[in-house]
Design a protein around this ligand. Structure first.
Ligand code: HEC
Length: 467
């Protein structure tokens, strides 16, 4: 049944959408206009964006009473009143912990009560990025999670042998950030990357919560900090290499934040939290303990050091633009990023938040890490000047490659969303007769002199974070 559900995803999708519209609770905001996704009038009379790409059948959902993910897409048409959150008064370098917890609180308020179904939040508005439903790693329909990155054995804890887990995540944008999404996607059929301009406005807050796909009994045994966990329903898989999805449970493991803060030397502050059930907080979401924050990459530090199978957290005291939580009673052993730069437990130990995110542009002219593309790695070996381009202090709103590339201001979902849309538009999701004509047999092809055809500029995939 599940397999069938995947095969007829397109058809089902339409059905789900119709049901979602029919069931729309028509919650009103102060101005009397419908809020949240699924409304046919969302975003100025445009056809709404799809909410998700993979789910049980509508009948299965109806019979079980599960809640279904709804894309929050009623983006503000005007830049909201610049009323900055209170944490903009906290010095993030000096009071890094206070800052991180204040941002976390801002992201939690009104959301933990409603399981992050943000259209039900009555404290503040949050939005999702459209076009994350598309492709094999697209959003599932319980909570809008996308398939992210495989998790290696011992990456999380020394006893972790389960080898096929992956990270699944959902990202949220506050009203200031939502305004910029709306600018790019004003016309749902013609996203305008150039409307990013010089990027998000001061006060934009982006965050993401990440889950681990591992059976609960295994996780509780092999990854001790996941005991006393938060488990979400997901239409996902315990085998990251498989595209066959079923209804499973996944464990909260990590939270990421990005704040566009004018006080930061390059415009962005990145922060990270790791789940630790031992904290035993009354509100379990608060068991997400600070890992640290970064506002720069220490661009001259090119020592090749990483800690992919952590038994302790190795803090690099030479870094001056990353701060890591030194409290080992609170923070379980964690690998961090390249040479101790900030990264979370399900992130790549040879990268950093800033590094991957600085590449975000349309079209995506470089891989998010040189490690993910053999030719790029060959030309830019670890620690070389070329490699250090991924560890430079690129300023907010600046394209990684230029000219001809539009920065999506460190927002990889934006780059991916436009790329997904463009791919879909070019192919309508299908295969073409012409691609099957005049293809030389593999053997003949090998013998033929190798004439290099003119290649269009390479566009790199964004929909998956390899390790
Ligand atoms: C290996 C590359 C990589 C690393 C390292 C990485 N990210 Fe991301 N991040 C991505 C990609 C790709 C996306 C877009 C797809 C998605 O949502 O996963 C993303 C999405 C996000 C989003 C949602 C908004 C957006 O920009 O698209 C946030 C917030 C975020 N990451 C924060 C962080 C933080 C904080 C860290 C460090 C603790 C981090 N990321 C490390 C690749 C990375």
């Amino acid at each position: 049944m599940h397999k069938k559900a995947i095969l007829v995803a397109g058809l089902l999708f339409t059905t789900i959408l119709v049901i979602a519209i029919a069931c729309s609770d028509s919650k009103k905001n102060d101005t009397g206009t419908p809020t949240g996704g699924g409304s046919p009038t969302a975003t100025g009379g445009e056809q709404p964006f799809p909410d998700f790409g993979f789910m049980l059948t509508p009948q299965q959902v109806a019979d079980s009473g599960y809640k279904v993910f709804r894309l929050s897409q009623d983006f503000p048409a005007e830049l909201p009143e610049p009323k900055l959150p209170e944490f903009f008064n906290i010095d993030f370098k000096k009071d890094w912990r206070k800052y991180l917890l204040a941002v976390q609180k801002y992201c939690f308020e009104g959301n933990t009560e409603v399981d992050f179904r943000v259209h039900e939040n009555d404290i503040r508005s949050w939005y999702h990025m459209p076009w994350q439903h598309y492709g094999p790693n697209g959003r599932e329909g319980f909570h809008g999670l996308t398939k992210e990155a495989p998790v290696q054995p011992q990456q999380l804890a020394s006893g972790q042998n389960f080898a096929t887990s992956g990270a699944w995540a959902v990202g949220f944008f506050n009203d200031v950030a939502g305004y910029t999404i709306g600018q790019v996607w004003k016309d749902h059929d013609n996203p305008v990357a150039a409307n990013m301009g010089s990027g998000f406005k001061n006060g934009a807050v982006l965050f993401k919560i990440l889950f681990l796909s591992m059976p609960q009994t295994v996780a509780e045994q092999q990854v001790p900090f996941l005991q006393n966990g938060i488990w979400w329903d997901a239409y996902a898989t315990y085998n990251f290499n498989s595209s066959e999805r079923t209804h499973i449970k996944v464990a909260l493991i990590q939270m990421d934040i990005m704040v566009r803060d004018e006080r930061a030397p390059n415009g962005w502050v990145f922060g990270n939290f790791q789940y630790n059930g031992k904290m035993n907080k009354a509100n379990k979401w608060e068991n997400l303990v600070p890992v640290g924050l970064m506002w720069g990459q220490d661009p001259t530090n090119n020592t090749n050091q990483s800690n992919p199978k952590p038994t302790q957290t190795i803090i690099n005291t030479k870094l001056v633009e990353t701060i890591i939580n030194p409290d080992t009673t609170e923070l379980p052993p964690t690998h961090l990023g390249w040479n101790g730069r900030l990264n979370g437990p399900v992130d790549n130990p040879m990268s950093s938040c800033y590094s991957c995110h600085s590449t975000a542009e349309y079209p995506q002219g470089s891989p998010i890490s040189p490690l993910f593309d053999a030719d790029t790695l060959k030309a830019n070996p670890v620690g070389s000047p070329g490699w250090m381009r991924w560890f430079s202090n690129l300023k907010c709103g600046t394209p990684f490659d230029s000219p001809g590339y539009q920065s999506t201001d460190f927002c990889l979902q934006m780059a991916e969303a436009i790329q997904n849309f463009t791919t879909w538009k070019a192919t309508e999701g299908g295969l073409f007769y012409k691609d099957y004509q005049n293809v030389p047999k593999a053997q003949a092809n090998d013998k033929a002199p190798k004439a290099e055809p003119a290649k269009p500029a390479k566009v790199f995939p964004l929909d998956r974070r390899n390790i």
